[in-house]
Design a binder for this molecule. Structure first.
Ligand code: SAM
Length: 225
């Protein structure tokens, strides 16, 4: 039995969805399976399907990912939008090394892995992206949101993972003390995102909570932060 994530998703529904879901096949399916088995924090199955479908619909050409881990979601997005070039950022050496191995194994020359803290790297970018996937430290989401909005092209899509933090963003009850800061930061991230007029956002109560935003085609640049 899969545990209920504090009311975001009922356990029996997740269980049903995962039972009926067609598993990813091929090399990517094997990587997904082994990454989950080894306990790497890659996207949940439902979020992976959402990412794949959004990439297939949008067909982005320049993707930015914040939080590479071992490279699964970057490879998934490349597979779903083969014309894209992907920049992915990772700060943890324990993840960088397997990510590099995986990108080499999949001959993913169109994925560029930047090593370091996204808080330092993002402000150096000037070129925009038409698809951004934010999947990094939740305490930094308000900061990263500003950069994502700056770097997102008109008509571009922004996907942010783990925005409900096991429902604690709603209940405001931290399991441990230091999570209080994360809850407060994620709450202000969601308020900032919802009040941002340059994008239209939906909060999806799947996995740990995922937002999907699209940047308006017509934005008043002066209104942007
Ligand atoms: C949830 S995992 C990413 C999973 C990956 N997107 C996937 O689904 O295959 C989050 C990753 O973000 C990295 N990370 C967290 N904060 C970061 C930051 N400020 N800069 C760069 N990487 C960061 C962590 O080291 C971790 O590997």
């Amino acid at each position: 039995m899969i545990l209920d994530k504090d009311g975001i998703v009922f356990a029996h529904i997740t269980e049903f969805m995962r039972k009926i879901r067609r598993q990813r096949s091929g090399e990517l399916g094997s990587l997904e399976h082994s990454a989950r088995k080894s306990g790497y924090p890659i996207v949940d199955p439902e979020t992976s399907d959402l990412l794949e479908i959004l990439c297939r619909i949008k067909k982005p050409v320049r993707i930015l990912e914040i939080g590479t881990c071992i490279g699964f979601s970057a490879l998934l997005m490349l597979n779903a939008s083969p014309l894209s070039e992907i920049i992915t950022i990772e700060r943890n050496p324990a993840m960088i090394s397997p990510a590099k191995e995986n990108f080499a194994r999949f001959s993913a020359e169109k994925i560029r892995l930047l090593e370091g803290d996204a808080a330092d790297i993002l402000p150096t970018f000037t070129e925009k992206f038409d698809f951004i996937f934010l999947d990094a430290a939740k305490g930094q989401y308000p900061l990263f949101l500003k950069e994502c909005l700056r770097l997102l092209e008109k008509g571009g899509i922004l996907v942010c993972d783990n925005v409900l933090f096991n429902g604690r963003v709603v209940t405001k009850i931290p399991d441990i003390r230091r999570n209080k800061t994360i809850i407060n930061r994620l709450s202000s991230f969601l308020e900032d995102l919802e009040s941002e007029l340059s994008v239209k956002t939906v909060i999806l109560p799947i996995s740990d909570g995922v937002t999907v935003s699209v940047k308006e085609e017509c934005t008043d640049e002066k209104a942007l932060p």
